[in-house]
Design a binder for this molecule. Sequence first.
Ligand code: BGC
Length: 479
Amino acid sequence: MSMAALPSQQHQPPEHDGAASPGSRGRRQLQGSAKRAVVWGAAITALGGMLFGYDTGVVGGALLFLAKSFPGLTSFDKELVTSLLLVGAAVGAPGAGALADRIGRRPTLLLTAACFIAGVLGAAFAPWFWFLVCMRFVIGLAVGAASMVVPLYIGEMAPPSTRGSLVSFNQLAITTGILVSFLVDYFLGSTGNWRLMFGLAAIPATLLLVGMLTRPESPAFLVAHGRERQARQVLGRLRASPEDVDDEIAQIKDVARTEGGWRDTVAPRVRPMLVVGLSLAIFQQVTGINTVIYYAPTLLHGAGFGSSASLLANVGVGAVNVALTIVAIWLIDRVGRRPLLIGGTAGMVVGMAVLGASFAAAGGSNLSGGTAVAALVGLGVFTGSFAIGLGPVFWLLISELYPLRVRGHAMSVATVGNWLANFVVTISFLTLLSAIGADGAFFLFGFLSLVALGYFAKAVPETKNRPLAEIERELGTAA
Ligand code: BGC
């Protein structure tokens, strides 16, 4: 039996399970060793999310020093090093999804960790520029795989009462990885040691590999492959009571029975939400977050900041990103998805407008005094607004918007769309800068944020506190 529809049932927020599942009786909160096992397991798996963040973030600082080893690099060469990772991710995400259904989540995560180790060590010891570019593709395969399989596995191991927050916990791991990469860039900046910047990721990657060796296969995969007895053993260690184990096994069997394929995923009933998910994915990228995450040091350096000041400002951006993600996790089940998404996107418009205006006031480059402060404020407002809204809300919504039976397929469409849009923006950003200047580029992102704001206000439904089955009925996507 294929597992395509299983992954995301695991993302159901707590209140969803009761309504949607067969035979769920009120569950008890996890305590003691079961709680420790779940939290420890999620922490090990989240190393994959951290690596996603680290490997995408570290390149910003490394770019400043690549020319020391490879003289004569052009803007396009820098864009290649940055964006080949994203092409790898667009391939790795669906590839890992399919592999996880076939060979299991645990072996896929082990392979992902091995791919991370090979890629980052290859990049660190790259003898030629082209070798480095290829290694960035290999790292990308692992990043894409992690972006699909980490939330999938965490969700499947987590008890229903903590699934919602654990999905967003993955975004926290991503932003923490980005912040750590910025700190590493900053501290290694004085040595210009870009090889170590890339290579240090081998440490969390090895921890992920070793940690995953101690983890069991997910119960959903085991049940779908006829290994119910083993699934019961695994769940027995991770759930509060034998009744919870029975309920969950029944739910998994139910989902596996009603699984749909690609034809169901693009059926007229589901298509509107497929469009919403894909639009969120594309807007998350074309509004410019990764031009900030990947290129802020290059940009600030070019605008007159020293290497060290650029890398320090970057650390500030990373810290704002983590802090506001924590606030989002706290708010997301309280105020709902739409207020965070709409408020956050409005903040992104303001941030980009301030950023564009500060570069315009400085004549397109050479920020100093007031314009430098304004640019930093704009960067902070934009990043913080993304972190409280579109950052986490996109990943959460794509796990909630789709009917259970096609959720795995629909999520992979949105995930690939996200990586491809990221690729297009990243590969063209430095070229865009030379064509229309930093002010023009940021005004353009501000305009796109405004378009996104209008679209979100009109098209994105609220999913807070509503059973997934009810969302399916109201959106008209139920079978
Ligand atoms: C996005 C990434 C981005 C990160 C920044 C994620 O939600 O998908 O592309 O780099 O947020 O925090």
